[in-house]
Design a protein. Structure first.
Length: 215
């Protein structure tokens, strides 16, 4: 039975920035062509994985959102966005090693596939529950989404507070987007029990209650 072909053409240590930079500096014309072909081949695989993830339940996870490039107009409005890694023609020659290393890092991660994300999800749910957090399949995505947003906004509170926010939001059917994008997110996580005062199914009015409850 033939041996399964590795995803990568070279040894893993080759796909580090320093090693790739050295290779690109010393490569002859033919070698350079092979290296560029490798980037294009790996990018095709990565793009397919990202598109599947973007259509899955993991569309709001960092593995997808961190690979979205947004273009803004003068008013700061998003006019175009691009999912994935740049094409070779759009990369300056000096930046190819770093771009290929980033590509290889993504593909080497277990979470770069939908099945990998699902396996990780099951493992983390079990781990969270062992640690006493009430996180289930129903609340996992919002919990992880909030962790990502809080890290990006440098908001620091315990996981138990975050779990409380998520469970209250899900139980009452509150508008998740208004919660997660609220400028008062830090206050919400600090005192999640206040969310219980918002009527169930408040819908688009959730932000109005937040303004009243969290001064």
């Amino acid at each position: 039975m033939p041996k399964k072909r590795s995803l990568f053409s070279w040894d893993p240590e080759i796909y580090q920035v320093d090693a790739l930079s050295s290779l690109f500096r010393t490569a002859n014309k033919d070698d350079l062509s092979h290296m560029k072909d490798e980037y294009t081949r790996l990018r095709d695989i990565a793009q397919k994985r990202l598109k599947r993830l973007a259509k899955s339940e993991f569309a709001t996870r960092k593995v997808v959102t961190s690979n979205i490039t947004k273009f803004y107009n003068e008013k700061g409005e998003v006019i175009k966005q691009y999912l994935g890694f740049p094409k070779l023609r759009d990369i300056a020659p000096a930046d190819i090693p770093a771009a290929m290393a980033s590509l290889a890092k993504f593909l080497g991660a277990k979470g770069s596939t939908v099945s990998g994300q699902r396996s990780r999800k099951q493992y983390l749910i079990e781990k969270f529950q062992e640690d006493g957090l009430n996180i289930t399949d129903k609340t996992y995505d919002k919990f992880m989404n909030m962790l990502d947003v809080m890290r990006s906004r440098k908001i620091t509170y315990g996981s138990d507070k975050i779990a409380s926010v998520v469970n209250i939001v899900v139980d009452k059917g509150l508008n998740w987007e208004q919660i997660i994008n609220s400028p008062k997110l830090a206050s919400i996580v600090k005192a999640p029990s206040k969310l219980k005062r918002i009527p169930k199914k408040a819908g688009d009015s959730t932000d109005k209650y937040i303004d009243k409850l969290f001064k």
